[in-house]
Ligand binder design. Structure first.
Ligand code: ADP
Ligand code: MG
Length: 320
């Protein structure tokens, strides 16, 4: 089997390559995407994973495939966009059919679950890396921009924080990792349905990829405002329940890789937002408010919080 027969065989035959959102998909020089209603726009995002930087070369290819698509879907979620299509650019040291099939199997189910069609890509030889570009649709009046937070908004976060960082630390220090904690690192669930439900309701949103405080800081900076966050309201991953406070803070506030959504919304919508939790099966915690003073101010029982800098620097300093 020639290399490109193989690419056709592995990728063109996937369930997620046949979702029907494109007139022309894998196999021609370009894919032709569907047109959108006049009030909608394409939301486009790209993320690259490089071997040795973002994953170990010996990583399970199925987990790699899953995570590469999951982190891209998370960016669509943070805009409130509806996934439609994606492309996959692969650089491989050599073509290994079994490895490629496992990689493809890793993202196929996730892509189908969120109705995101594989419409093309590129395959080249070189050091292992993987780039996915996602295309989503959103109503342009309802899109969740980082810059749209308003003074007095509530600050919310979905799910629980710190699980992925805890798993990473346990892996690095050779400790046993409980399966649910490991899953937080290896199989993060992009909050795509929540993002769409919040579109037109929340003001600003961002996905938590680099650490809650850092990502919240990005959103506040883009909005020209600041945040006040109550530590005791931060939803901690159950795996952190019995950890030292310094570890809880480092993982939940600076850890990253959780792919939860942080968003702001007017206090008048508190109940409406809380009512999304049950149907979407997602935790929603109101952790603070948008203030005028720039930066992120952390409070513990109403008092300025002392943060263990060492833990912060450890988690905050890694490349992403
Ligand atoms: P070109 O020479 O024009 O770059 P390729 O031989 O790279 O064409 O690709 C042929 C077809 O296979 C194209 O439709 C392309 O989108 C698709 N393709 C190539 N690599 C991948 C991949 N890794 N995943 C999905 N589709 C791919
Ligand atoms: Mg090519």
């Amino acid at each position: 089997v020639g290399e490109f027969d193989l690419i056709g065989e592995v990728f063109a035959t996937l369930a997620c390559a046949r979702l029907g959102h494109s007139e022309l998909a894998i196999g021609d020089d370009c894919a032709l995407l569907e047109s959108l209603p006049v009030d909608e726009r394409w939301a486009v995002s790209t993320d690259t994973l490089v071997s040795g930087t973002h994953f170990f070369p010996e990583v399970d290819p199925a987990l790699l495939g899953y995570k590469a698509l999951a982190v891209n879907l998370s960016d669509l979620a943070a805009m409130g966009a509806r996934p439609r299509a994606f492309t996959l650019a692969l650089t491989l040291p050599q073509v290994n059919p079994g490895w490629l099939r496992a990689l493809a199997g890793g993202f196929d189910t996730l892509a189908c679950e969120f109705d995101c069609e594989l419409v093309g890509g590129d395959t080249t030889q070189g050091p292992l890396s993987l780039t996915i570009t996602v295309f989503g649709a959103c109503k342009h009046t309802k899109v969740l921009k980082r810059s749209a937070a308003r003074l007095g908004d509530d600050i919310w976060v979905s799910g629980a924080l710190g699980g992925a960082a805890l798993a990473l630390r346990q892996v690095h220090t050779g400790q046993a990792v409980e399966p649910p904690v490991r899953a937080r690192l290896e199989k993060p669930k992009p909050q795509v349905r929540l993002g769409q439900a919040l579109a037109g309701m929340a003001h600003a949103a961002i996905d938590v990829s680099d650490g809650f405080v850092q990502d919240l800081g990005h959103m506040m900076k883009a909005s020209g405002l600041g945040a006040e966050v109550h530590w005791e309201r931060i939803p901690l991953d159950p795996g952190l329940q019995h950890a030292e406070p310094a570890m809880q803070q480092a993982c939940a506030l600076a850890g990253g890789d959780d792919y939860e959504l942080a968003f702001t919304a007017p206090p008048s919508l508190r109940q409406t937002i809380q009512d999304l939790a049950h149907p979407l099966q997602v935790g929603l915690s109101r952790v603070g408010q948008v203030i005028e003073k720039p930066g992120v101010r952390l409070l513990h029982s109403g008092l300025p919080m002392h943060i263990d800098r060492a833990g912060f620097d450890h988690f905050g300093g890694r490349g992403s």
